[in-house]
Write a protein that binds this ligand. Structure first.
Ligand code: FES
Length: 117
């Protein structure tokens, strides 16, 4: 695990995604949308799997984020596409609070079926 501090908690607002870029171990910058929702924090890849637009510009509701372009929604816990037109999941990343910062590990995405019920 390579945890990286990505934002002070004070920069996050409930249900308002915050777009950040996070360095990966491979030297690539990964676009991530940070979301505070109902007392939890989530980190989801900030690119819709359907049309390559930023998910951080969408609305957050019921533990999901909606793509502003064609209204597919993605589960913030698993990255699954919950409705058409998107059919492919979006990576989600582990995140944790350390002190007053949110940390994310972009090198170890959470498997899409990790929270399957
Ligand atoms: S671009 Fe996101 S649903 Fe089409």
């Amino acid at each position: 695990m390579t945890w990286r501090a990505v934002a002070p908690l004070e920069e996050l607002t409930e249900n308002l995604p915050l777009a950040v870029e996070v360095d990966s171990d491979g030297g690539e910058e990964v676009r991530v949308a940070l979301v505070q929702h109902e007392g939890e924090y989530f980190a989801i890849h900030d690119v819709c799997s359907h049309g390559q637009v930023p998910l951080s510009e969408g609305d957050v509701e019921d533990c999901s984020i909606e793509c502003y372009l064609h209204a597919s929604t993605f589960d913030l816990r698993t990255g699954r596409a919950l409705n058409l037109p998107a059919t492919q999941p979006v990576p989600v990343y582990p995140c944790r609070v350390v002190g007053s910062d949110l940390e994310v590990d972009v090198d170890n995405p959470i498997p899409a079926d990790a929270l399957a019920s």
